[in-house]
Design a binder for this molecule. Sequence first.
Ligand SMILES: NC(=O)C1=CN([C@@H]2O[C@H](COP(=O)(O)OP(=O)(O)OC[C@H]3O[C@@H](n4cnc5c(N)ncnc54)[C@H](OP(=O)(O)O)[C@@H]3O)[C@@H](O)[C@H]2O)C=CC1
Ligand SMILES: O=C(O)C1=N[C@H](C(=O)O)C[C@H](O)C1
Length: 269
Amino acid sequence: MKLVVLGAAGRMGRTLVKIITETGGASLHAALEREGSPAIGSDAGLLAGIGDIGLSVEADIDAALDGADGIVDFTAPAVSVSLAAKAAEKRLVHVIGTTGFEADADAAIGKAARNGAVVVKSGNMSLGVNLLAVLVEQAARALGPDAFDIEVLEMHHRHKVDAPSGTALLLGAAAAKGRGISLPEHSVRVRDGITGAREKGSIGFATLRGGSVVGEHSVILAGEGERIELSHAATDRAIFARGAVKAALWAKDQPAGLYSMRDVLGLAA
Ligand SMILES: NC(=O)C1=CN([C@@H]2O[C@H](COP(=O)(O)OP(=O)(O)OC[C@H]3O[C@@H](n4cnc5c(N)ncnc54)[C@H](OP(=O)(O)O)[C@@H]3O)[C@@H](O)[C@H]2O)C=CC1
Ligand SMILES: O=C(O)C1=N[C@H](C(=O)O)C[C@H](O)C1
């Protein structure tokens, strides 16, 4: 499967270039960065630390998509939205790892999936986090609507630009699903000053940023006299890249539509 990596000089882009070259059935068709990026013209393999692979980073998306089977995209929300429309036009697989989408951007990606793109989108492409989400959903369902308070805590590196993380929101959505409630209607994303007592049935988020932390998430279910914590720690971005490439290979045989990593991994609650 011929894959185009968008954001090839980024933290995830470099990891993806390495993992694609190591994965049977996948090959690197093109590596892209935005117009004006200092990475344009550099060898994608040299940037990824795997030596010269004879493929330079380019900026022309339309030329890069010519002859490609799929796109792996860990960039920024506006970039992913405009690429989803192109993927629909060309009937391509589009794996979206980007996080930080607003509701209107999600709606635009849903539209692209209805119009011909095979989209796999997830705030976290790792097996571990997607299994954790299943466990969170089960725990929230088993513990009932409000006897236990649910809080999602995350920590990431100092460069991360969105909060709460896509993973924190994915875990919050799993908890909300287990409780049979809507996350947007029950989430508390910021607390500051005299907040009043905790609202019954809410799902809280707390964000830490610093250093080089790849990604750490805990879902805390706090009851009277006891507390359950379900956690995941990522120590290597390769887990996300492997998941993304697996998603692309899986999506190749699917009809157009919007899929999640749970679909790819066959994980049901
Ligand atoms: N779902 C998952 O499993 C994971 C998701 N992520 C998410 O992936 C995204 C990227 O993370 P990360 O790699 O750390 O970020 P980086 O900033 O390191 O990488 C993003 C790259 O995309 C480039 N870019 C921006 N605009 C364009 C464009 N129009 N065309 C091509 N390339 C472009 C950036 O270039 P420039 O710097 O010049 O703007 C940069 O090189 C984030 O949203 C993050 O949350 C990260 C890890 C795992
Ligand atoms: O920006 C990151 O680095 C990560 N982003 C994703 C998120 O927002 O959850 C996934 C991972 O935790 C790393």
